[in-house]
Design a protein around this ligand. Structure first.
Ligand SMILES: [Zn+2]
Length: 131
C-alpha cells in the first residue's frame, strides 16, 4: 500500500537519490522504500510524466512531457517522449510516483492559439447561398 508519510528518519528518494530530511513528506512503498514528493522535479528539470494505457498493446506507457530546447526548430513546443512501458499501472506508478495516470494530448497545451478557424471558415456563412 502506498502511503504519504512525514519522515521520522532521514531517507533517500528511490527514484532520483535525493536526500530527504526528517519532517519532509514522502511516499512510502514499504520498508525502506520512500520517494520524495518534490525532489524529482528539482533534479529532473521539471519533468512532467503521464501513464497512459494502450488499447492496442494492452500495456501502460510512461511518457515524459517537456519543452524542446532553444536550439531546436520546435523551440518552446511541447515534446512528448516515450520513457518506458509496464504491464500494470501499479508497476508504472511505483517506478514513476509523480506521473499522472491518463491520456494527455500534447496539443492541449497550445490553448493560446486562436480558435477562429473553427467558426470563421465559411461553413456557417449565412450568406453563402445568396451568391
Ligand atoms: Zn526523487
Amino acid at each position: 500500500m502506498v502511503r504519504t508519510i512525514t519522515l521520522k528518519y532521514p531517507g533517500r528518494c528511490r527514484d532520483c537519490g535525493a536526500d530527504l530530511a526528517v519532517g519532509e513528506k514522502a511516499k512510502w512503498y514499504g520498508r525502506g522504500k520512500v520517494y520524495g514528493l518534490n525532489c524529482h522535479e528539482k533534479s529532473g528539470g521539471g519533468a512532467d510524466l503521464t501513464i497512459e494505457y494502450s488499447n492496442e498493446y494492452h500495456w501502460y506507457t510512461v511518457y515524459e512531457f517537456g519543452v524542446f530546447p532553444r536550439s531546436s526548430v520546435l523551440s518552446g513546443q511541447t515534446m512528448k517522449s516515450f520513457k518506458e512501458k509496464f504491464d500494470t499501472v501499479e508497476e508504472a506508478q511505483k517506478a514513476y510516483p509523480n506521473a499522472q495516470v491518463g491520456y494527455r494530448d500534447p496539443m492541449n497545451t497550445f490553448n493560446h492559439l486562436p480558435g477562429e478557424e473553427m467558426t470563421e471558415g465559411g461553413y456557417n456563412d449565412p450568406y453563402e447561398n445568396d451568391w
